[in-house]
Design a binder for this molecule. Structure first.
Ligand code: ACO
Length: 332
């Protein structure tokens, strides 16, 4: 069974409510029906009810039994606006702004999660990553003890000899364009937790990647990764974590042995932490397109799970991301 299938099985064990703010979008409507049929979550579709029903009819989708909510005119809207105003008034949000904001399905969905009316949310089939992320960052905020929200890509390879049973976790490929050493350390610790808690990796082995291995090159960018490694050790002394390592030293046992002798990670890493978003985003796409891995992203470090889709996502991608979100919600 693939890691993704294992996660789906776990989602069915304790069914969570996941809100889909892009509720009238054709792939989202079809995904909601599959999620219901497969028992992966209780999906809630947000949007104009007539439009949602029209999309269902146009795509031949039976959405009976799925909760539909129009944020405009919803009996919960006033309470959400009040809460949103309290949370954001110090940032200049007025009561009038808050009322307008909760009419937007993205903010309504975030308020459902914040208020406990939903366990998590998934969107991004229409919205850009930034537009999806901002409401979650502003309102859901980071989990206690976590400095920044970031992401992990679960890279699932057909070759089960790679990483942990065919899985490598890549981080961060979505959120933080240029992390500081402290932020990079936080990303490394969060990625290890994602590998363990979500993916079932018994012993995450975390490599902080660079173009240098153990001082082979000297540059301020290398120094940053070295500092991040030291900080991550301080933040989570129990983790098996090492850096700075080149990609080959992290993954290939003979190269790890020759370039980083005695490292507990070199040659056997299953969590790869990229030094910035350019490297991470390019790295995951190369792995997906040339390496044949299935790639699924999750956000990590939020107080409650919210996940982003690619605008090119398929119906099955949405189903998978909802299942991952539901499993993340099981341990909140
Ligand atoms: N963790 C926690 N909080 C954060 C983070 C973070 N990583 N980033 C921003 N915030 C908070 C800010 O503190 C702020 O909070 P406040 O309003 O309470 O003070 C709030 O979020 C908004 O911050 P802004 O600075 O206004 O947000 P910004 O415009 O910087 O947007 C974003 C943040 C969206 C994450 C931005 O960094 C971004 O666009 N990242 C890249 C996204 C992207 O394009 N990824 C690649 C494509 S995805 C793919 O290929 C799969």
């Amino acid at each position: 069974m693939s890691i993704i299938d294992k996660i789906k099985a776990k989602a069915r064990e304790n069914v969570k409510t996941i809100v889909l703010p892009e509720g009238d979008e054709p792939r989202t409507v079809q995904a909601a029906a599959l999620i219901r049929d497969r028992g992966l979550a209780r999906p809630v579709l947000l949007g104009n009810i007539e439009k949602i029903n029209e999309t269902a009819a146009n795509t031949g989708t039976d959405i009976s039994g799925i909760e539909l909510i129009d944020p405009i005119g919803s009996p919960k809207a006033a309470g959400y606006a009040e809460t949103l105003y309290e949370l954001r008034k110090a940032k200049g949000v007025t009561m009038e702004d808050a009322s307008k904001m909760v009419a937007d399905p993205m903010y309504y969905a975030v308020m459902m999660v914040k208020s406990g009316d939903a366990d998590g949310l998934v969107s991004g089939a229409v919205h850009t990553t930034g537009d999806m992320l901002r409401p979650a960052l502003q309102i859901i905020k980071t989990a206690p003890g976590v400095k920044v929200v970031s992401s992990s890509f679960l890279m699932d390879f057909p070759n089960k000899n790679i990483g942990y049973d065919g899985l490598l976790v890549y981080s961060d490929c979505v959120v933080m364009p240029c992390p500081t050493a402290e932020e990079l350390a936080c990303i490394a610790v969060c990625a290890a937790r994602t590998a363990h808690d979500l993916c079932g990796v018994e012993t995450p082995k975390v490599a902080l990647l660079s173009f240098s291995t153990k001082g082979s090159a000297k540059h301020e960018l290398v120094t940053k990764v070295q500092e991040a490694t030291a900080l991550a050790h301080e933040m989570a002394p129990e983790l098996i974590l090492d850096g700075e390592l080149q990609f080959d030293a992290a993954l290939i046992p003979e190269i790890g042995e020759s370039k980083a002798k005695g490292s507990p990670v070199a040659g056997h890493a299953n969590v790869l932490v990229f030094p910035d978003l350019q490297a991470g985003n390019i790295g995951y796409k190369i792995t997906q397109r040339l390496g044949g891995a299935e790639a699924v992203a999750v956000l990590q470090g939020l107080a409650k799970p919210c996940n982003d889709l690619s605008r090119g996502c398929s119906v099955e991608d949405i189903v998978t991301t909802v299942a991952l979100t539901a499993v993340q919600a099981q341990s909140v």
